[in-house]
Design a protein around this ligand. Structure first.
Ligand SMILES: [Zn+2]
Length: 166
């Protein structure tokens, strides 16, 4: 199950990564199916018949951009959900399948000193309950983002307790 969910399909002839025209960073392919589920209904007809890429640069408003530069690109405001990697203020969604936000993870760390989020997501993925392809704007498994948020949270807690010891 985990393999299927997190697998990167390489079935097309377009490059697996492409440079975002706005921020200049490389971005990975995204499936049309993902875009159809995450874009606002009114913008779906604008999806062109070309390969699209998902820009994950935090400061870049572009979410999906086309391989064919003449086709429409889509920004944060065109999506039905907040794109976690592009948001600094709560709520910052991490896991779209099970509704875990950054605040959930940080609150748990603050209260218990650790996070169970990664194991929770892994368990759900193994049980076949994940639907990243149609729920996560990246179309990919969220585990990397959840893990990063846990590391950030743990680091903050450590620096807080070190400060208290001074
Ligand atoms: Zn970008």
């Amino acid at each position: 199950m985990m393999e299927a969910c997190c697998a990167v399909s390489e079935t097309r002839t377009t490059p697996s990564a492409h440079v975002c025209p706005l921020c200049g960073h490389r971005a990975k392919k995204v499936e049309r199916l993902t875009m159809e589920h995450l874009l606002l209904p009114g913008t779906i007809p604008q999806i062109a018949n070309t390969q699209y890429y998902f820009c994950e640069t935090p400061t870049c408003p572009v979410v999906y951009f086309p391989y064919d530069a003449s086709a429409a690109m889509f920004q944060k405001m065109n999506l039905r959900v907040r794109v976690g990697v592009k948001e600094a203020e709560d709520p910052v969604p991490l896991c779209y399948c099970f509704g875990i936000t950054r605040k959930d993870v940080w609150d748990e760390i603050e209260q218990t000193g650790k996070s169970t989020a990664v194991n929770r997501v892994k368990g759900e993925v193994q049980a076949g309950n994940c639907a990243c392809e149609v729920k996560n704007p990246s179309g990919k498994c969220c585990l990397g983002n959840v893990t990063r948020a846990v590391q950030e949270g743990m680091k903050m807690i450590r620096s807080l307790s070190e400060g208290a010891n001074c």
